[in-house]
Write a protein that binds this ligand. Structure first.
Ligand code: HEC
Ligand code: HEC
Ligand code: HEC
Length: 432
């Protein structure tokens, strides 16, 4: 045997040894099945506490498919390697989590491992949920086990090779999961700490609002909450580098989370609408205040609300005269709802486009999506609906209109190659 072969041989043995050691180190036992604890096992207060935590964690947003019963799973989450289906988290014994003990549930939330010991895909945001305290996990468990048990077997998740090998997630977890409850920062107020706990834990804001690396791990440190992507929408930065023309004040942020709308910013549409509708708007005021205290502590600079009036006046004065094609398109298609004349009565809110972060953003995607598809699922129905313009405006018209709004209202240089991007987004959204 030549020397090279020998070395290669030993290399192979070494690789196998490492793989075996890794498999042993990562092996998670099955946690024995348990008779479903009935709701009488838990106190009403604990179940109610768990319900609020489930709202904050958006459990039902992901674990309910369109038209399906609450928390029975089956929602398809498309990722580049295939489709992941959410699971049934009602206490049904066969198709849900009826056999799960508290320890099994806690392990899923802290380590992303199911009762039988399989690794779960990080589409389930356990990297954030792991921060939850034992007491809150107990309350969540109490709530989940007290729901009606509904028999429904969601479709099987089937990803392409090698992503279908769940054991591979071990490596990902090793890089991106820091298991365990939140560290306390004793330099900060109790309210700030509570806010950090809610935002970084069950609230999992960073799952959408932080950028991700090539391995789909959240970028941390200075990149934390600096803006990310969610279902192909841009989730704007929530910290110092925000594109919003005004700083987020405590009051604006609380109103936005509660109502899905803030007069100084705009509406929560796209994937943010259900986060508000089913999650944040259900929270008690003290929790919203805590989240706002935490998040506004990262605002920098002096983009103050004093400029809001000025920006709004700009919207008023710029509707006439109709010297450009952009102005004419705006006047024909949008002004009825989006001009700020005083005293006009319209159904719903009339978000000021001069203050809309999406017009200031580096990418035009959210604005394009809103024009193409309108807003059919508002965060709250009293905000009103916006009609879709997919069939009324051409790609060229949408590009002219959007760059008109960007230049006139936001005072920004036009987005380059905008029409091309409109065509691409139209094609992407048509396929759905
Ligand atoms: C962003 C979407 C999303 C949110 C929000 C979410 N989940 Fe999930 N969850 C998933 C997906 C996807 C899976 C399946 C992962 C897999 O198959 O590997 C899952 C799996 C689970 C499992 C494992 C169930 C099983 O049978 O293996 C539990 C338990 C669970 N989620 C509980 C919760 C709870 C409790 C909440 C709210 C606090 C929640 N999830 C919020 C997406 C989500
Ligand atoms: C499922 C993904 C997702 C999650 C989870 C999520 N967001 Fe969002 N968020 C978005 C998207 C997308 C937008 C842009 C919506 C739009 O343009 O209408 C947004 C917009 C916002 C805005 C408005 C920003 C601006 O400048 O206009 C705020 C504030 C916000 N989110 C706060 C939060 C907080 C706080 C949490 C956690 C409690 C959270 N979000 C969780 C996706 C998400
Ligand atoms: C029939 C009334 C109506 C018309 C016409 C209309 N909008 Fe809207 N628009 C709304 C309402 C209402 C909202 C807020 C909806 C919500 O979130 O519930 C909105 C929201 C928006 C937003 C904010 C989206 C976000 O996610 O932050 C933008 C941008 C926007 N409209 C642009 C336009 C443009 C451009 C036109 C013209 C092509 C237009 N709208 C025409 C009613 C309208």
């Amino acid at each position: 045997m030549s020397k090279i072969k020998k070395v290669a041989g030993w290399g192979g043995v070494a690789v196998i040894a490492v793989v075996v050691a890794g498999a042993i180190a990562s092996w998670q036992p099955e946690i024995p099945a348990l008779k479903t604890p009935g709701s009488q096992t838990f106190s009403t207060a604990q179940i109610e506490q768990g319900r609020k935590l489930a709202d904050l964690g958006d459990c039902a947003v992901c674990h309910t498919r369109a038209g399906g019963e609450r928390n029975t799973g089956g929602l398809a989450m498309e990722i580049p390697f295939g489709t992941i289906y959410t699971t049934n988290i009602t206490p049904d014994v066969e198709t849900g989590i009826g056999k799960w003990s508290f320890d099994a549930f806690k392990r899923a939330m802290r380590l992303g491992v199911d009762r039988e010991g399989h690794y779960l895909y990080p589409a389930f945001p356990y990297t954030a949920f792991t921060r939850t305290s034992d007491a809150d996990l107990e309350a969540l468990y109490a709530y989940l086990m007290s729901q009606p048990a509904v028999k429904y077997q969601p479709p099987e998740t089937a990803l392409n090779f090698p992503f279908n090998i769940r054991q591979g997630i071990v490596t990902w977890n090793w890089l991106f999961l820091q298991p365990g409850p939140m560290d306390t920062d004793t330099h900060q107020s109790a309210e700030w700490q509570r806010g950090a706990y809610l935002t970084e834990g069950l609230g999992h804001c960073s799952a959408c609002h932080s950028p991700r690396n090539l391995m789909f791990g959240e970028k941390g440190g200075e990149d934390h909450l600096t803006g990310g992507v969610a279902e192909e929408w841009t989730a704007p930065s929530l910290v110092a580098n925000s594109d919003a023309p005004l700083n987020w004040s405590h009051e604006d942020l609380v109103t936005f989370m509660h109502r899905g709308y803030s007069a100084n910013h705009g509406v929560a549409a796209g994937p943010m609408a259900p986060v508000v509708n089913e999650g944040l708007s259900q929270l008690p005021p003290e929790d919203l205040n805590a989240i706002a205290t935490y998040l506004t502590s990262f605002q920098r600079g002096d983009k103050t609300a004093g400029t809001a009036d000025k920006l709004n006046q700009q919207t008023e004065t710029h509707v006439e005269p109709l010297t450009s094609e952009g102005a004419r398109l705006f006047s024909g298609a949008c002004m009825a709802c989006h001009a700020q004349e005083k005293g006009a009565q319209m159904v719903g809110v009339r978000p000021s486009l001069a203050l809309n972060t999406n017009l200031y953003a580096a990418t035009p995607d959210n604005a394009i999506r809103v024009i193409l598809d309108g807003i059919q699922n508002p965060a709250k129905t009293d905000l009103g609906f916006m009609p879709a313009f997919r069939h009324n405006l051409s790609d060229a018209q949408i590009a002219v209109l959007l760059n008109y709004l960007r230049e006139e209202y936001a005072g920004k240089t036009p987005w380059p190659e905008l029409q091309k991007r409109v065509t691409e987004v139209r094609a992407e959204t048509e396929r759905k």
